[in-house]
Design a protein around this ligand. Structure first.
Ligand code: GLY
Length: 366
């Protein structure tokens, strides 16, 4: 078992990574349960994993009532939040209890937010089942639902008590979802770790082929990077945690243009967004062109979109910049951009001229 601490003072917790951990989860969670039930919230795609988890808890004498929600982004809604909190209350949950989020980012975000407000805050455990959730959204305590005005606009910082990652659950994940999650893995290299990006270039094929060592290394390295960044800037106030948004501003515009739908998954939009952030940085003379080309080449090599056309977007620059202005990262009249001086050298720039971004995007249309 690899254990990675997230050091946040009184809110510190461990991320535990081990193939087969789902089968042993009951023993790991027994000290948190203290004989109390642990309600599980999951989605319709995860019946087999849920059965494994329920059996593992039952073997330790822990009751685990299950709530199964529809799979998909629309579950991050006020209506689902209301019915989930009603259900948790009906289970008799008290403040010191732990609910378990078994699923991808949607389930993790919803359960995290529900437990942040239930009885003014009770506890939860993350058991992420997608690569994206394992390397990003389950760690760091960002929780939210969507509102009519946009994604993730209603939420709270609420840290889990523990994160249990079983890389074997990725065996049943569709390849497209695996690729989308991989964008966030490569992101850790692009942010501040050129050596890890080189590792990604060498080992991505093995990871996609299911090699357990490559998967363990990719997840462990990513979680350690995320833990370090979150410990340095839990609430995204100093700019350090904002580095995790590399590719997200360009990506947000692409997601908005494609209707936040299955046409372009979040991780796919982040991949195209990272390629665009590097290409824009290169066009502005900030970053070597060769680095931007290397980023795009790697994303293409693993089957991720490397720009507008590959993301299926043909809108002009003004339209895409218009979408960016609705991004929750807007600060007054400025939109902070993550730009790059090279691979592993990303930085936050709050002075980017949006007219230049629009002109750049026009030049990227094919
Ligand atoms: N996914 C970005 C963050 O956790 O800050």
């Amino acid at each position: 078992m690899t254990t990675i601490p997230v050091a946040l003072g009184a809110r510190s917790y461990d991320v535990r990574i081990e193939p087969g951990l789902l089968v042993r989860a009951g023993a790991v969670l027994a000290p948190l349960s203290r004989g109390r039930p642990m309600p599980i919230v999951t989605d319709t795609n995860l019946a087999a994993h849920c059965e494994t988890l329920v059996a593992s808890l039952a073997a330790q004498g822990i009751a685990a009532p299950v709530r199964v929600l529809p799979a998909g982004e629309s579950t991050k809604s006020w209506a689902q939040l209301e019915s989930l909190t009603d259900w948790l209350l009906a289970q008799g949950v008290v403040r010191s209890d732990h609910a378990i989020a078994l699923g991808g980012g949607v389930i993790g975000d919803l359960v995290g937010f529900a437990t942040s407000i239930l009885k003014r805050g009770c506890n939860f455990v993350q058991v992420p089942t997608t690569l994206l959730a394992q390397v990003d959204s389950s760690v760091g305590g960002k929780t939210a639902i969507n509102s009519k005005a946009g994604k993730n606009l209603i939420g709270a910082f609420h840290q889990p008590s523990v994160v249990l990652i079983d890389p074997q659950v990725l065996d049943s994940l569709p390849q497209r979802e695996l690729r989308a999650g991989y964008a966030e893995v490569a992101k850790y290299g692009l942010i501040d770790d050129a050596g890890f990006f080189a590792w990604c270039e060498t080992n991505a094929a093995a990871l996609f082929a299911g090699d357990p060592a490559a998967r363990a290394e990719a997840i462990g390295h990513s979680v350690a990077a995320k833990a370090r960044i979150v410990a340095a800037d839990e609430r995204e106030t100093t700019g350090t945690r904002a580095l995790l948004n590399l590719g997200h501003t360009f990506g947000h515009a692409l997601e908005a243009e494609t209707g936040f739908s299955d046409k372009l998954l979040h991780g796919e939009a982040v991949a195209a967004g990272m390629a665009l952030a590097f290409a824009f940085s290169a066009q502005q003379g900030l970053c070597p062109v060769a680095d931007a080309e290397r980023v795009a080449a790697h994303l293409r090599a693993v089957g991720l979109p490397d720009g507008l056309a590959a993301a299926g977007v043909s809108a002009d620059g003004a339209t895409l910049v218009g979408h960016m202005l609705h991004d929750k990262k807007m600060e007054g009249n400025t939109l902070p951009f993550l730009l790059a001086r090279g691979i592993g050298q990303t930085y936050l720039d709050k002075t980017v001229d949006l007219a230049k971004v629009a002109a750049f995007l026009d030049g990227q249309r094919r």
